[in-house]
Write a new protein. Structure first.
Length: 248
């Protein structure tokens, strides 16, 4: 079982879209996938057609339910839903070993892949995701703020590796919402390659182009491959998936 966390401390960089597209692509290849939504905005939960009012990830993290009990089965796959109460997770999840709550909860689940969507804040929820994960994918935009955010995120990942999860790896950095006609996008590409090298990881060679079909697919609760198979986003995410699988 491969557990992958989609992480960035900056919002609006395509974490949820990447989590959904990665999981959908793996399912189309015949793998079993479980999505876990740790974001109080519940965007992934909505996009997958799950019910945020039912017991979900927060109930698992505070010990009120097991992971198996809260799994919802949707047309797009299995998901442990997020909820608005996750916004208070830092205060609600306490005690010794709180960083290991998610890791302990998913131990023994029978899936080929688990994909974790995380909030923008580098708090208890993200630390739980990193502690439970085998690998991390960092979606970024080609701008200076994303470059700064990578450095801050790397410090959190380094701390988790030191204290909670020695085997955690950064699997790659994925450029999202890319516009090759923008000068800043082209200039930042090489900077992101340098940043990836410093983190001992790769910059995926397939950037995800800016595409309205991504938002439309999420609004219609479909994956991008089903909603707009000929769109730039579908083609780009398919290319990213092949790169993702190369490292398996």
């Amino acid at each position: 079982m491969e557990v992958t966390a989609i992480v960035n401390r900056k919002g609006g960089v395509g974490k949820t879209a990447t989590a959904q597209a990665l999981g959908a692509g793996l399912i189309k290849k015949g793998y079993s996938v479980l999505y876990i939504d740790l974001d109080s905005q519940t965007n992934l939960t909505y996009a997958l057609g799950a019910d945020p009012r039912r017991s979900g990830s927060m109930d698992v993290l505070i010990g009120d339910a097991t992971a198996q009990e809260v799994i919802q089965h949707t047309q797009q796959g299995d998901v442990i839903a997020g909820a608005e109460v996750l916004a208070g997770a830092d205060a609600a999840i306490d005690g010794t070993g709180k960083e290991y709550r998610l890791k302990e909860a998913i131990d023994g689940l029978q899936y080929d892949y688990i994909i974790i969507d995380t909030p923008a804040q580098l708090g208890t929820l993200t630390v739980n995701a990193l502690t439970a994960a085998d690998s991390v994918i960092i979606p970024v935009q080609a701008d200076i703020y994303s470059l700064q955010g990578i450095g801050q995120l790397n410090r959190t990942i380094a701390a988790v590796k030191k204290y909670c999860n020695h085997d955690l790896i950064i699997k790659g950095i994925l450029i999202t919402r890319y516009n090759k006609r923008a000068i800043i996008s082209r200039d930042m590409y090489s900077n992101l390659e340098d940043a990836a090298a410093q983190l001992n990881t790769r910059l995926y060679s397939t950037p995800i182009r800016e595409c309205i079909s991504i938002k439309e697919a999420q609004a219609s609760q479909q994956d991008i491959y089903s909603y707009a198979p000929r769109s730039n986003a579908a083609k780009d995410y398919a290319g990213f998936l092949e790169e993702f699988m190369e490292r398996e």
